[in-house]
Design a protein around this ligand. Structure first.
Ligand SMILES: Nc1nc2c(ncn2[C@@H]2O[C@H](COP(=O)(O)OP(=O)(O)OP(=O)(O)O)[C@@H](O)[C@H]2O)c(=O)[nH]1
Ligand SMILES: [Mg+2]
Ligand SMILES: [Zn+2]
Ligand SMILES: [Zn+2]
Length: 418
C-alpha cells in the first residue's frame, strides 16, 4: 500500500485513508446546489496568523464511505488520481487533503511513494538557481540519457517552474533572494519522476514523487532558525548541502584578481550548517550506533565556473558526466569526490571534510555550476549572455536516487554506490 507523506507537515498516512475536499463546482447535471465554503480551522491553524479570514473559508473536507474509497483506490491507474463523489452535492472531486494539516495534495501525489530531498545551504549559495536549472536538465539532457521524465505536480509548483524558467532562460535574470519563512510559508516543490524499469521483460515505468524545499539561507543560519525545518529535515530521504566556495576566505585569497562581479558577502560557514544539521538529525533518531547520521548527504561545491583557474585542465569538474547507456557512473562519482576532497583539504586543511566524515555515515562530495560561467560583471543580477550552461548539476540527486536503487549504476567496482 502506498504511504503518503504530507509535503507540508510531513504526517504519514496510507493513501486510502486520506480525506477529500469538495471543489464546490456546480454539477450542471442534476441542477442541484453546489456546496458552499466552510471554515477550515485545521488548515488555518497550520498556516498561521498570516491567512486572511476570507481565505479560511474553503471547500468542505469529507472522508468517503468505506466502500467508495476502496473502489476509488482500486480504480486508480498510474496517474490522474481517483475521484469520489462529495456526499453534500454529489459532484466528484480528486483533491485529497492531509489528515493532519488539511493542505491540499495534488491528486497524482498520492499515487506513488514519495522521496523527500532536503536542500540546504547558506544564503546566496545558489539554491534557487540550482533547483531551477536542475529541473530543466532533468527534463532535457539528463532525462534523455535515462529515458526519464519529470513532471511538476500541482498548480503552485507548475507556476513557480514557469516563472523561474522564464526568468533564467528567456529574460536571463537570476532569481531574487528567497523570502524567509517568517514572511510566509514557502511551498514545497513537488515532482513526479518517471524512470523506465530495467531488467524485466515487461518493462514498465517506475514513478517516484520528489519533494524539494527551497528554503531561504537565513532560515538555515543557526540551530534556532533551522528548528522550523526540523520535521522536513528528519523526514528527508537524502540531503543536498550546497557550499559556496566564494564565501570561503581561503578560496577568495587564492582566486586571481578578476574583473567579474563582486564576490558575495560571507554568510554562515558551511561547517556550522553541517554541524547544526547533524545535531537536528540525531535528535530525531537519525544517528546510528556509531554516532554518525544515517541520512545520505551530498555535499556540493557550487559556482565551480569561478574555480577554473585553480583546476587542472583534465579535471572532471570541467565537464558533465557521460551517463553512458542510461546508467549512473559510480567511478566518475568517485573521481569527482576525490577531486573535491583534495581541493577542500587545500582550502581549510580538511576541517570541513573531517567534520562531515565524523558526522555522516553516507557522504559524497560533488562540484557543480548551475550557470557554467559567472554573471556578467556589468550586470551581476543577470544570467551570462549565452544562458545557463550547467556543469554536473544532476550528479548529487542522481547519486541519492542510485543509492535508493532507483537508477541503474555502472562501475568497475571501485566507485561502488554503498
Ligand atoms: N558564478 C556563479 N554564480 C552563481 C551560480 N549560481 C548562482 N550564482 C550566484 O549566486 C547568487 C545567489 O544565487 P541564489 O540561487 O539566489 O542563491 P540562494 O541560495 O537561493 O540564496 P537565498 O535564497 O538568499 O538563500 C546569484 O545571484 C548569482 O550571483 C553559478 O553557477 N555560478
Ligand atoms: Mg533562494
Ligand atoms: Zn499535512
Ligand atoms: Zn460538495
Amino acid at each position: 500500500m502506498t504511504t503518503v507523506i504530507c509535503p507540508y507537515c510531513f504526517d504519514r498516512a496510507p493513501a486510502a485513508k486520506l480525506p477529500y475536499r469538495c471543489l464546490m463546482s456546480p454539477s450542471g447535471v442534476r441542477g442541484g446546489a453546489p456546496c458552499g465554503p466552510e471554515r477550515d480551522d485545521i488548515w488555518a491553524g497550520f498556516m498561521g496568523p498570516g491567512v486572511p479570514p476570507a481565505a479560511r473559508m474553503r471547500g468542505p473536507v469529507f472522508s468517503p464511505a468505506r466502500g467508495v474509497a476502496a473502489l476509488a483506490s482500486g480504480l486508480r491507474g498510474g496517474s490522474g488520481g481517483s475521484s469520489v463523489p462529495c456526499p453534500g452535492c454529489g459532484v466528484s472531486t480528486t483533491v485529497r487533503v492531509c489528515r493532519s494539516c488539511h493542505s491540499d495534495l495534488p491528486s497524482d501525489y498520492c499515487d506513488q511513494d514519495s522521496r523527500i530531498i532536503a536542500l540546504v545551504g547558506p544564503k546566496a549559495s545558489g539554491k534557487s538557481t540550482y533547483v531551477s536549472v536542475l529541473v530543466n536538465e532533468l527534463n532535457q539532457r539528463v532525462g534523455q540519457a535515462y529515458g526519464a521524465s519529470l513532471a511538476a505536480m500541482g498548480q503552485s509548483t507548475q507556476q513557480r517552474d514557469k516563472e523561474m524558467a522564464e526568468d533564467l532562460y528567456e529574460r536571463l535574470r537570476l532569481p531574487d533572494a528567497t523570502r524567509p519563512a517568517a514572511l510566509g510559508f514557502n511551498d514545497p516543490l513537488l515532482y513526479r519522476l518517471s524512470v523506465p524499469r530495467r531488467g524485466r521483460l515487461s518493462g514498465g515505468t517506475r514513478h517516484t514523487t520528489l519533494v524539494f524545499f527551497d528554503a531561504a539561507g537565513e532560515d538555515l543560519a543557526g540551530a534556532e532558525a533551522m528548528d522550523r525545518y526540523t520535521r522536513y529535515l528528519s523526514a528527508a530521504d537524502g540531503i543536498v548541502l550546497l557550499v559556496d566556495p566564494l564565501q570561503l576566505g581561503s578560496v577568495r585569497d587564492r582566486l586571481p584578481v578578476h574583473d567579474g562581479p563582486p564576490l558575495p558577502t560571507v554568510e554562515t560557514p558551511p561547517q556550522q550548517i553541517a554541524a547544526d544539521l547533524a545535531v537536528q538529525l540525531r535528535a530525531h533518531g537519525k544517528g546510528g550506533s556509531n554516532g554518525r547520521v544515517s541520512t545520505p548527504i551530498a555535499v556540493a561545491v557550487t559556482k565551480t565556473d569561478m574555480l577554473r583557474p585553480l583546476l587542472d585542465p583534465h579535471s572532471p569538474l570541467l565537464r558533465n558526466a557521460p551517463h553512458t547507456d542510461g546508467a549512473f557512473d559510480a567511478d566518475e562519482r568517485l573521481a569527482v569526490h576525490e577531486e573535491i576532497r583534495s581541493l577542500m583539504t587545500d582550502w581549510d586543511s580538511g576541517a570541513l571534510v573531517r567534520q562531515l566524515e565524523l558526522d555522516f555515515a553516507r557522504l559524497s562530495l560533488f562540484g557543480l555550476s548551475a550557470l557554467g560561467a559567472p554573471p556578467p560583471s556589468d550586470a551581476p543580477a543577470d544570467v551570462p549572455k549565452s544562458g545557463p550552461q550547467p556543469v554536473r548539476v544532476e550528479d548529487p540527486l542522481l547519486w541519492l536516487l542510485a543509492h535508493r536503487g532507483l537508477l541503474p549504476v555502472r562501475t568497475t567496482g571501485k566507485g561502488r554506490v554503498k
